[in-house]
Design a protein around this ligand. Structure first.
Ligand code: NAD
Ligand code: DAU
Length: 354
């Protein structure tokens, strides 16, 4: 039985990847390693938690000795690495945490994989794979049209994207230096069920439901390229099974939206779902001080993964956003649970002075 370690599997994207792999590959043992930070939630996986090929391990990738021993004990064949601090606003207030988890944590996993797999690599056998899941934010901000390609030079602007760029460089360096079998993907903004409601889409759905202000940064003119999370999980499956060792694949839905236009769509759908008069939710829009160093536009050219691996998004945005809103409205307990306690204090602090 192949043993696949998925890090960060209790988070937003990780939980969709774990679900897909556990259900689609019953012949593989899937190990979900997660520290269960504020963003990790085992409630995301209740539907598969009793499957015989699923195993949860609570642990911290920043603890090098622990990670080394975990590899020695389980002899994982492959790693799909998603664990990270993922929110740009938090990286602006606490960059060091992002260096620890995203850079040091990644290097700890690379070291453990390298020492466990050395023999196999030395023999020219490569049944192993270290798959690093990254972001389009490493490429910086697009100002004059164009798209991010796999060879677009890195130009990270926030502490979050700088930490992800650094981790990408380490992953490539381990391939170049030690011949570690790696693959990297860089994806655009994800949306869908189970996303922590500090990110734009679930935050705004939750605030509309509770009649709270919708804090639009700056003038709402920034552009993001949105992909339904299940389509990202499907792309990760394709890259994991069909991607070429040492390569990078950009993942995106060719689905650009200016923040304000997207917010208006969410408001309109929410008005309908909540039985409010059309235009009611839009009144909650409140312009606040812009995010420091706010990237203007992200847009992925996903032709490589489409042409070489045959992946394409399965959902149109209109259908995806409707599904997403329905999920949050029918899972109010999930929203209330994750936004209670420390999060409420954090959220209030974030908006003081804005
Ligand atoms: P998330 O914040 O929802 O989940 C991160 C998970 O990692 C959580 O379960 C958390 O508990 C776990 N984790 C954090 N620190 C850890 C540590 N020290 N040890 C073990 N586990 C730890 O993040 P997400 O949005 O699901 O993103 C997952 C990955 O995909 C990240 O690497 C992110 O950079 C990347 N990504 C995200 C997006 C997006 O739009 N959300 C887009 C492209 C790439
Ligand atoms: O592009 C991929 C990245 O997408 C991932 O690597 C990150 O992990 C993920 O968080 C996301 O980053 P963004 O910064 O683009 O996502 P966020 O949801 O925080 O913000 C989306 C846009 O909405 C951005 O232009 C900022 C704006 N925004 C966000 C929030 C939370 C607001 O105007 N108001 C808000 O309250």
């Amino acid at each position: 039985m192949k043993k696949i370690l998925i890090t960060g599997g209790a988070g937003f994207i990780g939980s969709h990847v774990v679900r897909l792999f556990v259900n689609k590959y019953p012949e593989c043992e899937i190990y979900n390693l997660d520290k269960l930070t504020y963003a990790g939630n085992l409630e995301n996986l209740t539907d598969i938690e009793n499957k015989p090929n699923y195993h949860f391990i609570k642990g911290d990738i920043v603890d090098a000795d622990y990670i080394y021993q975990l590899f020695a004990e389980h002899q994982f064949d492959s790693v799909i690495h998603l664990a990270a601090e993922s929110h740009v606003d938090r990286s602006i207030t606490n960059p060091t945490e992002f260096v620890m988890t995203n850079v040091v944590g990644t290097v700890n996993l690379l070291n453990a994989a390298k020492s466990n797999w050395q023999l196999a690599i030395g023999n020219g056998v490569s049944e192993n794979l270290f798959y690093h899941v990254s972001t389009d934010e490493v490429y910086g901000s697009l100002h004059d049209g164009g798209f991010f390609l796999e060879n677009t030079p890195y130009d990270p602007q926030s502490p979050y994207s700088a930490s992800k760029a650094s981790s990408d460089h380490f992953v490539r360096a381990y391939h170049n230096t030690y011949k570690l079998p790696i693959v990297i993907s860089n994806c655009s903004n994800n949306y869908g069920p189970n996303q922590f409601p500090e990110k734009l889409i679930p935050l705004f759905i939750n605030n509309i439901r509770n009649n709270k202000p919708l804090p639009v940064y700056g003038k709402g003119e920034n552009v993001r390229d949105w992909l339904f999370v299940v389509d990202h999980a499907r792309a990760i499956d394709d890259v994991f099974h069909k991607g070429k060792i040492g390569e990078t694949y950009n993942i995106g839905g060719f689905n650009e939206w200016k923040n304000l236009d997207l917010i208006k769509v969410i408001c309109k759908v929410m008005d309908k779902k909540l039985g409010r008069e059309i235009g009611e939710s839009k009144k909650l829009i409140s312009y606040v001080t812009d995010r420091a160093g706010h990237d203007l536009r992200y847009a992925i050219d996903a032709n490589k993964i489409m042409n070489e691996l045959g992946w394409k998004p399965s959902l149109q945005f209109e259908e995806g956003i409707e599904k997403t809103i329905d999920w949050y409205l029918t899972n109010q307990k999930w929203l209330d649970d994750v936004t209670s306690g420390d999060y409420a204090k954090y959220y209030e602090k974030l908006y003081v002075g804005r």
